[in-house]
Design a protein around this ligand. Structure first.
Ligand code: ZN
Length: 302
């Protein structure tokens, strides 16, 4: 295992000089706390696509990406979050560090909500297949740092209300899950994420919500046809899921009727055996290689 004692100080410096030149701020200041978790054992550095539940349980994980690319500020679909809250539905949000930075209040609210888990979705949604090791680390660590800083803020805020310990115990120090932008990875990227202690999570059900032609009804039909116990469904909550909220109004009650239990990804991983792949893809191996083009415009799609 490669020792990384000075990783943060190096990452902090790199963040300021290379990742965020003049276009956008990096994490607000420098973070003195830990930035990476114990490494994932080498043989487990694969991509989790679903879970085989223990026994007859019917868990399902709804996941929402909060992507934000280099030259844009993306959105926040409050209708989705409000609906999940109204129904008490547990869910996982894979947030980009840059998205967190441009949406501080929304991030703090998501982090503070015990219904939700926050995963890492890189800093600004680069295709990791096109990055070198240092750039991969910056993308992952910048986001870990941003999360850790917000967690400190929440702890300070809750201190005034006498809830410091409760918040600290409930909220992980760092995100434990990572999702690759565009669902693209290679062996090196899996290794880097694993070294930084992150479990790589993808999906086995694609809602197709960035497609403007994907109506809420069609989305619900697709998801309901494909979900099985232990499934992970990918949606977007950054304004790119054009009809996601409408789709969820059908998907969630129907899955509930069928006996499904909504869990965060980490909860589901504790309640079953991870089903993994060494390749990262949307529906079948190789189907997302179209993103491997060095053109900034390609990054604006998802
Ligand atoms: Zn994304």
């Amino acid at each position: 295992m490669r020792p990384m004692p000075d990783l943060f100080s190096r990452a902090c410096l790199l963040l300021s000089i290379s990742l965020f030149p003049t276009v956008f701020l990096g994490p607000a200041g420098c973070w003195a706390g830990p930035t990476f978790l114990p490494p994932i054992p080498a043989h487990l550095r694969k991509c989790v696509r679903a879970v085989k539940p223990f026994g007859d349980a019917k868990p399902v994980a709804l996941t929402f990406d909060l992507c934000e690319s280099e030259n844009e500020i993306s959105g926040y679909d409050a209708r989705i979050v409000d609906f999940l809250r109204t129904r008490g539905i547990r869910a996982t949000f894979f947030a980009g560090g840059k998205w967190m930075r441009s949406h501080p209040q929304e991030t703090l609210q998501l982090m503070a909500d015990p219904l939700f888990e926050i995963g890492n979705h890189s800093w600004n949604h680069k295709n990791f297949v096109l990055l070198g090791v240092e750039a991969m680390r910056e993308q992952i660590l910048g986001t870990q740092v941003q999360y850790a800083m917000y967690r400190e803020q929440l702890i300070s805020l809750s201190e005034a209300r006498g809830a410091r310990m409760e918040v600290m115990e409930r909220m992980p120090r760092l995100p434990a899950l990572f999702r690759f932008p565009y669902g693209r990875c290679n062996a090196l990227a899996l290794q880097v994420a694993g070294e930084l202690g992150l479990t790589v999570v993808q999906w086995d059900v694609v809602s197709g919500d960035p497609d403007r032609h994907q109506t809420g009804r069609k989305m619900a039909d697709t998801v309901l046809r494909r979900v099985k116990p232990g499934s992970m469904v990918v949606f977007h909550a950054n304004g790119r899921g054009h009809h996601t909220a409408e789709g969820l109004h059908r998907i969630i009650p129907e899955l509930g009727k069928q006996g499904y239990v909504f869990m965060t990804v980490s909860e589901m991983l504790r309640n079953g055996e991870a089903l993994t792949s060494e390749e990262c893809y949307e529906n079948s191996p190789g189907d997302n290689r179209r993103y491997d083009i060095r053109s900034p415009g390609r990054y604006r799609e998802r």
